[in-house]
Ligand binder design. Structure first.
Ligand code: TYD
Length: 196
């Protein structure tokens, strides 16, 4: 039995992690694999450290391949085996993040590698760039290097996400991140319920 691959996407401050947690709790009886990117493997966590506390002057292309290297490791060692066992996999960010941040935000020529499986469902928590930055600031969470990018960068990210969702309406469920978290969770559960 093939598993179910669900990814969450959205700009920083979109409430993604809350929704990942709510879905993981709701599906706890099915023992889902819950991972976040970059990370989820020993190599991935080390790459995450590199990316978030990067040396000065990392090229945009090198950055993209680091995110993808972490993803390749996570896919091979955890995601693909879990899906092969028929499990639900919930991934907090996946390759759409690379298309949005490195492709849209930084202007790197980013594509979808043939050996990266497409998720069965991608939940996009859409948020105007200005709103995301405001939310992050208010939460008091320290800003990492990517969070500290310009408003223009975050606008390009948001626009790319919207374009990706328009291009693949079957795969994407685009939700307004400013809505009540409980209502967002209900919408997520409605769609997930159709797939289970
Ligand atoms: P993280 O602390 O996980 O932020 P969030 O809670 O918003 O997911 O940091 C991940 C950062 O890395 C976030 O700013 C998005 C960025 N990112 C990319 O630029 N490309 C990618 O492929 C991925 C997975 C993340």
């Amino acid at each position: 039995m093939p598993g179910l691959f669900i990814t969450f996407e959205g700009p920083d401050g979109s409430g993604k992690s809350t929704q990942v947690e709510l879905l993981a709790q709701a599906l706890a009886g099915r023992n889902p694999l819950v991972v976040r990117e970059p990370g989820g493997t020993e190599l991935g966590e080390r790459i995450r450290e590199l990316l978030l506390h990067r040396p000065e002057g990392m090229s945009a292309e090198a950055e993209m391949y680091l995110f993808m290297a972490a993803r390749a490791e996570l896919l091979e060692t955890r995601i693909k085996p879990a899906l092969a066992e028929g499990r639900v996999v919930i991934d907090d960010r996946y390759h759409d993040s690379t298309l949005a941040y490195q492709g849209g935000g930084r202007g790197v020529a980013a594509a979808w590698p043939a050996h990266f499986p497409k998720p069965d469902l991608t939940i996009l928590l859409a948020l105007p760039a200005q709103e995301g930055i405001g939310r992050h600031g208010r939460s008091g969470k320290s800003l990492d290097r990517l969070d500290a990018e310009s408003l223009e960068f975050h606008e390009a990210v948001a626009k790319t996400y919207d374009r990706l969702a328009e291009r693949e309406p079957e795969r994407f469920l685009r939700l307004d991140a400013t809505a009540d978290p409980a209502e967002i969770h209900r919408e997520v559960m409605r769609r997930v319920g159709q797939l289970l």
